[in-house]
Design a protein around this ligand. Structure first.
Ligand code: SAH
Ligand code: TMP
Ligand code: ZN
Length: 401
């Protein structure tokens, strides 16, 4: 039995992915054999509806001065965050507002507020990406956000009118300290807006690759509303967004500060229909994941027996779960193309597939390529009009296109 990180009830895991390495732990050959592994299991707490990892590596193993994920490498994500900044500004802020971002990475979201000359602060523990933000003139502290950091930030800059966070809140197991910190720094009419991969999409698309060390929580409107209401924050709006393969944007404020939009009740109802509040849904998901694995391995075996060459596109953190869970290594996939300099000439965590540049891919075009960065499909297909081979995906099921 495991204890819920939110409400401390006990629950049993519904799936195990076996031993998994650090998902963003791309490594050099001399470090093979020294990798940290942990058994990755996921459970559902029927008391507070939170789907969660039962164990997570120490945060310093995941977020440090060599964190290889740079948000601004995707042009589509740059556009997404610019228009999101604009939308939030028009709904809730003015030029004198103070904006705090939890996990600002290389400054992709704060850039918009910096350009408007507004007071802002990014809090980002991975110092290499925080440095990239500072180089763009963004005000950032390189530390982990929590209740104490929120107090320090308030002492220095005052109350925040917006606390924003994208793809970060789901990473943090000490969630009550985060919620307390946000509640304390928010101004009376301040809003807390955050977005994360949405549990409903993971269940509907069998996108089990969203499950990896960094993602400790898989949020729904049910679990978010239950969690933050313990801290006096009310879910006032939700919006479905397409990023990262299907996400949800949650807007919260002090209870009673704003009227609640109809969208909240609609999403809650949709979640009941999807079965997100029933254990059986997760048992079924677990079966779908097993089938996905069988089909993926069978396809790669078939291509191998036919003598076809297969590579990968996007050495994503998500792919670490797929490769390790399916037992797929350099025997099946000769290399993975990725534009991140920090990943190139290294090997994938646990499975040791070489990561190569986009130029290398151009000179070594395979017959088939597995689209590991499936959430960037539109941008990638646009970028690769000359590729004459076939693409493989495993979302929502294993197929060639
Ligand atoms: N917001 C960006 C980056 C997401 S990656 C985007 O959406 O593209 C997750 C980020 O969360 C990493 O940069 C990591 O360093 C940061 N992070 C992890 N724990 C954190 C914490 N306690 N406080 C602030 N940031 C944290
Ligand atoms: P993500 O799915 O976690 O956002 O990671 C995407 C990875 O894919 C990241 O390592 C960068 C890489 N990538 C490419 O190699 N080419 C591309 O065109 C895009 C959009 C991403
Ligand atoms: Zn719980």
């Amino acid at each position: 039995m495991n204890k819920c990180l939110v409400c401390e009830s006990t629950f049993s895991p519904f799936i195990s992915f076996g031993d998994q390495p650090i998902a963003n732990g791309f490594l050099k050959e001399e470090d093979f054999g020294k990798e940290y592994l942990f058994e990755m299991k996921v459970g559902y707490c029927d008391q507070c509806h939170m789907v969660q990892l039962t164990e997570q590596p120490d945060r310093e193993k995941m977020f440090h001065d060599q964190y290889p994920f740079y948000s601004s490498l995707s042009n589509h994500m740059q556009k997404h965050f610019r228009s999101e900044g604009e939308e939030i500004f028009n709904s809730y802020l003015n030029k004198d507002s103070f904006v705090v971002e939890v996990g600002c990475n290389d400054g992709i979201f704060l850039q918009y507020f910096k350009d408007k000359g507004m007071k802002h602060l990014g809090i980002e523990p991975s110092s290499n990406v925080a440095e990239a933000a500072k180089e763009k003139g963004i005000n950032a502290w390189s530390t982990f956000f929590d209740e104490d950091v929120a107090k320090k930030a308030e002492l220095e800059y005052g109350k925040a009118d917006l606390v924003f966070s994208a793809n970060v809140i789901c990473h943090i197991p000490y969630i009550h300290s985060i919620a307390k910190g946000i509640e304390s720094i928010l101004s009376d009419k301040g809003v807390f807006v955050f977005e994360d991969p949405y549990l409903g999409d993971i269940i509907e698309k069998t996108s089990y690759d969203q499950i990896y060390d960094e993602h400790v929580f898989f949020f729904s409107a049910h679990s978010v509303s239950t969690l933050f209401s313990r801290h006096g924050l009310e879910l006032i709006d939700v919006k479905k967004i397409p990023t990262h393969g299907g996400s949800m944007r949650y807007t919260l404020a002090r209870s009673g500060a704003f009227e609640k939009s109809n969208a909240v009740n609609e999403v809650l109802k949709h979640e009941e229909e999807l079965g997100l509040t029933k254990f059986e849904t997760y048992e079924k998901f677990s079966k779908n994941v097993e089938n996905s694995k069988k089909n993926f391995v069978a396809l790669l075996e078939k291509l191998k027996s036919e003598g076809k060459s297969v590579a990968g596109y996007g050495a994503t953190s998500k792919s670490t779960t797929v490769l390790n869970y399916c037992g797929v290594g350099p025997n099946h996939i000769s290399f993975i193309s990725d534009t991140t300099p920090m990943k190139q000439e290294k090997f994938t965590p646990g499975t040791h597939i070489p990561v190569k540049s986009r130029e290398y891919f151009g000179q070594n075009t395979p017959d088939y390529i597995v689209l590991f960065a499936w959430n960037h499909k539109k941008e990638i297909i646009e970028n690769e009009p000359g590729f004459e081979g076939r693409w493989i995906t495993y979302i929502p099921d294993v197929h060639v296109f």
